[in-house]
Design a binder for this molecule. Structure first.
Ligand code: ZN
Length: 488
């Protein structure tokens, strides 16, 4: 029976859905103002694994993953410029053009990673009316106040009746000292009060009419609203990255409890974070590698391109609650591991049955299920599969035999766990794509190195010729002190 770790109770619990045979699951999706990077891949793959496994167990799952397209302000909580509006201003685009562009690109990246689309993908901007109604409910219950056209959660009042901080384990005193003094603080009774609705400043372009002001919803409001709209006032699972636990999810719990008088979510699940070569991802480290850059190898920290299935496999080789450190070496090792798995999968399809089984193939299904039931322990599943790969290779090499029944079962288990549950494509051109990418990058680098040499020899005609021809093909070439940079 499936056990999952509930962040709220800090323990593994048997999964018991509210409605027999049905599961409601909500996961915080991306804020669509830039390309998806590794930080987006991990929650997407973690909850894709859960989505797939729940379906394998026979549940009908309604999986809601939202698109944040309004209200996520620059300083994360509720101060600063709207991330999407800022991008729109810089690129001179309509905000919804930014949203559409990056949503399309996000979908493309997810498809590459073989992440299944959710059942519903609601946009925050498409649920303004519902969000206004939700804010009104909190006001009616007396847990919010209007100040200068904005509406704030009255955290102190809420904390008298409910437990504020129960998910993140923080208390109000910790939160006071952590809250930065920013604009708009003078409108609030306390620095820890958070915005449910913000009055738009004159230059703010994303705005809607409300009973309080022309403005926009606070970031946390969309998830309380859309979660309950599509999954009901109580639903089973809410997931997201650990970085969302506070303030986003804590605020979501407060909003829902304030409006409805009770908790909405039964199981809170959080995936751990990703580091790159031991460092947190951050602008100052210049290590925000987008998924597209991984797939093409076009980033200075990358020694080669990595196929989407390598990224997926690598993420699954760690338990979702452990940290994962990305490095070229670790990815190369994952690439090799995946090749071994694919080889065994191909060989398995070619094996001929014998009268008797002499290799150890018993109980693979049970072992894999047991690992998945233990809070989605994908690294253990992968370990069992590698053990099984050794048995497959033994038979393939003629050093062992397998019976027809065992062979059929083995094929079935591999298909179920590798293809359907782990979601690893075994027969796609990913590896070939990766080799093509490597060859393509190598060829362009070679040409540009020849150009560099021509320049050093003052052979301007050749140097210009190479640059002009590449530019005509659509390449953008930037000369740098220590070489060059290119993109298509
Ligand atoms: Zn959310």
């Amino acid at each position: 029976m499936l056990q999952i770790y509930n962040t709220l109770t800090r323990q593994k619990e048997y999964f018991r859905p509210i409605h027999k045979g049905h599961v409601g699951m909500y996961v915080c999706g991306p804020t669509v103002y830039g390309d998806a990077h590794l930080g987006h891949a991990r929650p997407a793959i973690t909850f894709d694994l859960l989505f797939r496994y729940l379906q394998h167990l026979g549940y009908k799952v309604r999986y809601v993953r939202n698109i944040t397209d309004v209200g996520h302000l620059e300083h994360d909580a509720d101060e600063g410029e709207d991330k999407i509006a800022k991008k729109a201003r810089l690129e001179q685009l309509e905000p919804m053009e930014v949203v559409q562009y990056y949503t399309n690109r996000y979908h493309h990246d997810m498809e590459q990673l073989n992440v299944l689309p959710p059942s519903i993908e609601p946009h925050a901007s498409g649920h303004i009316i519902e969000q206004i109604a939700f804010v009104q409910k909190i006001l009616d219950k007396g847990y919010a106040y209007v100040s200068n056209g904005s509406v704030y959660m009255d955290v102190e009042k809420y904390a008298k009746d409910f437990h504020y901080g129960k998910l993140s384990g923080r208390n109000l005193n910790d939160i006071v000292t952590e809250t930065r003094e920013l604009d708009g603080q003078d409108e609030k009774k306390h620095s820890y009060d958070f915005a449910l609705w913000k009055k738009a400043s004159p230059e703010h372009i994303m705005r809607w009419p409300s009973p309080w002001s022309d403005g926009f919803p606070g970031w946390h409001m969309e998830c309380s609203t859309m979660g309950t709209k599509y999954l009901g006032e109580e639903f089973d699972i809410h997931g997201g990255g650990m970085d969302l636990m506070f303030p986003h999810h804590e605020a979501e719990i407060a909003q829902s409890c304030a409006a409805l008088g009770h908790d909405t979510v039964h199981y809170w699940m959080h995936n751990n974070m990703i580091t790159i070569a031991g460092k947190k991802m951050g602008k100052s480290y210049n290590n925000f590698i987008t998924l597209e850059q991984f797939f093409t190898g076009q980033h200075e920290l990358l020694e080669q391109p990595f196929a989407p299935m390598t990224i997926r496999f690598f993420i699954l080789t760690a338990h979702y609650r452990s940290t994962v450190d990305f490095s070229n070496d670790a990815l190369v090792a994952a690439e090799k591991g995946l090749v071994r798995l694919k080889e065994a999968y191909t060989r398995l399809q070619q094996l001929q049955p014998s009268a008797l089984t002499t290799v150890d193939v018993k109980g693979l299904r049970e072992k894999c299920e047991e690992a998945m039931d233990d809070d989605l322990n994908s690294p253990i599943v992968i370990g069992h599969l590698f053990e099984s790969a050794r048995a497959i290779n033994t038979v393939y090499d003629g050093k062992g035999t397998i019976s027809a029944t065992d062979l059929a079962e083995l094929k079935n288990v591999w298909h179920t766990f590798v293809v359907e549950i782990l979601g690893l494509k075994m027969d796609d051109g990913n590896q070939t794509d990766s080799n093509k990418q490597k060859a393509y990058k190598g060829a362009v680098d070679l040409l540009l190195n020849m150009r560099l040499e021509a320049k050093q020899n003052k052979d301007w005609a050749l140097s210009d010729h190479i640059r002009n021809q590449l530019t005509a093909l659509g390449f953008q070439i930037k000369d740098k002190k220590d070489g060059f940079e290119w993109s298509l």
